[in-house]
Design a protein around this ligand. Sequence first.
Ligand SMILES: [Fe+2]
Length: 375
Amino acid sequence: MSTVETITQVITQSLPASLVLRPQPAPVAQNNEADKGDPYRYAHLLPVFPQDEHYPPLTPFDHVDPASRALNHPNPRSFLDNSTSIVQLTPHLGEEVRGVNLATLDSDGRDQLALEVARRGLMIFRDQQEFIDRGPDFYLEWGRHFGRLHIHPTSGHPENYPEVHLVYRDGNATYNFEREDRITSTTWHSDVSYELQPPGLTTFFLLSAPETGGDTAFTSQVAALKRLSPQFVAFLRTLKAIHSGFEQAAYSRSGRRGGVVRREPVQNVHPVIRKHPVTGEEAVYVNRQFTRRIVGLKKEESDAILNLLYDHIDKSVDIQARVKWQPYTVVLWDNRITAHSAIVDFTVGERRHGARITPQAERPIPALEGLNLTA
Ligand SMILES: [Fe+2]
């Protein structure tokens, strides 16, 4: 027995049985059927890219945030009453719940959920097989409770369900395109922030996962803002930035992914610091993937400020949380106050198949009241 094993044994024997970590059997990954050659259980949700699918530009709409309906609830966390476990992932964001079946939440429960996600930024619900197996008609009904469903301009979707955004990689992927010309796959972003009314509460789950890896990283854009000096924040609150979907469309048109642009790309101006419509919290709202330029500043000035914010977001592990996927996990986040990044670290050839339901929310509210958002 090695010295390390001896020490481990001594420590273990001195601990109460409840605190001793014992090897656990690996969970059965949802991709097992597929990767063993059996019919893939979620084959009906594999992505398609119909080449003749086109939509007109999105039109503005009034968004009533479901979280606002829970604000005056006597117990806005009663939807968690049946939970068997609630773990705060980090002080800044993230709450992991077991024992609550999202599929059976009523309208009031969904409003409460929206408020809890707005407050914690990120929620992880384990053991949600019923939710996932109810299928795409249910996904749409679920999402519509929270806002008008977004149809992604370039991603694959299940046949006849364009509102369900799919992320997908399998054995046919011969390289990690995120790393094709970069040293990392890490790309912090808020989903489709180029839209005039980007998403708020967003739901995502994996139908098939790699044996290990493929986690998703999240960060709190509220906490990121709080780390900055009051003088700098006061300046940032006066700024607005252009967010663009043109590069994403061009990437798709280049044929490297799907080849579809089902709605012509747009760019929109958003405040650099936005205010959450329900909690009133202020958050940084720029991201490397879609933000291009701060309006009114010279290029070097814009680049310097954006890069400072991106670097701050990149390296602040102390305001981040990481979702380790387990079978039948459903994750929800508030795209207005968090950023996230896929982690493309898994073996090329493994299947990773996820579905996102993306309700749009309000046009971002500037933290600085009266900020003019014309370009
Ligand atoms: Fe995303």
